[in-house]
Design a binder for this molecule. Structure first.
Ligand SMILES: [Zn+2]
Length: 67
């Protein structure tokens, strides 16, 4: 099933962005360059080329669901 991606590296209202790197469950309002560098040792450009942009998730009753 096709997963929706955020337009850029930050999420819209009522949504969060999940790091696209395989196996990473980091979720935030924005996937920062610092997260990618510290956790994955990669730049946004490298991550986007290899994994694509972050996934959209919706905050609902405290549970993060795939959008
Ligand atoms: Zn990550």
């Amino acid at each position: 099933m096709h997963k929706r991606r955020v337009e850029y590296w930050s999420a819209m209202a009522n949504e969060r962005a999940r790091c696209p790197v395989e196996g990473c469950i980091h979720v935030g309002d924005i996937i920062t360059k610092a997260h990618l560098r510290l956790e994955h040792g990669m730049t946004r450009e490298q991550v986007e080329k290899q994994y694509g942009r972050p996934y959209r998730v919706i905050a609902k009753t405290g549970v993060m669901l795939e959008a």
